[in-house]
Design a protein around this ligand. Structure first.
Ligand code: 5GP
Length: 114
């Protein structure tokens, strides 16, 4: 099977500004940021989207979320706050079919989202 866009970034086949990496996840700056801080944190396992995660992915999903919070902290967002977003499927606005969590901060965000 061909690699996803984000697998290619993790394999250094495509450039990205990597801000965190371990054996299970990688975090890098979004190419088209919607806020002063916009980072994607991605499991290296190419789960297409959260709705397709399997029960055996539970520990990985937990790791993804706790590392998202840790990375947000290292990016200086703990005091001002931030938003974690996972887009799933067409109505969710998903454009890259490899599960990822957006870490967005550095400006105030409204609710509900658009
Ligand atoms: P989605 O819409 O699927 O939730 O988010 C996909 C995100 O990936 C978008 O915010 C988009 O800007 C980002 N993106 C798409 N292609 C690239 C790329 O080649 N490099 C990086 N760093 N981000 C990308």
């Amino acid at each position: 099977m061909s690699k996803t866009l984000f697998e290619k970034i993790a394999a250094r086949e495509l450039p990205a500004q990597i801000v965190y990496e371990d054996d299970r996840v990688i975090a890098f700056r979004d190419i088209k940021p919607v806020a002063p801080v916009h980072v994607l944190i991605v499991p290296k396992k190419p789960i297409p989207r959260i709705s397709e995660a399997a029960p055996q992915d539970e520990a990985l999903l937990s790791h993804l979320l706790s590392k998202a919070a840790e990375v947000a902290g290292t990016l200086g967002l703990n005091n001002s706050g931030y938003r974690l977003v996972i887009n799933n499927g067409p109505d969710g606005g998903e454009t890259v079919p490899h599960l990822h969590c957006h870490i967005i901060g550095g400006r105030h965000m409204g609710w509900p989202p658009g």
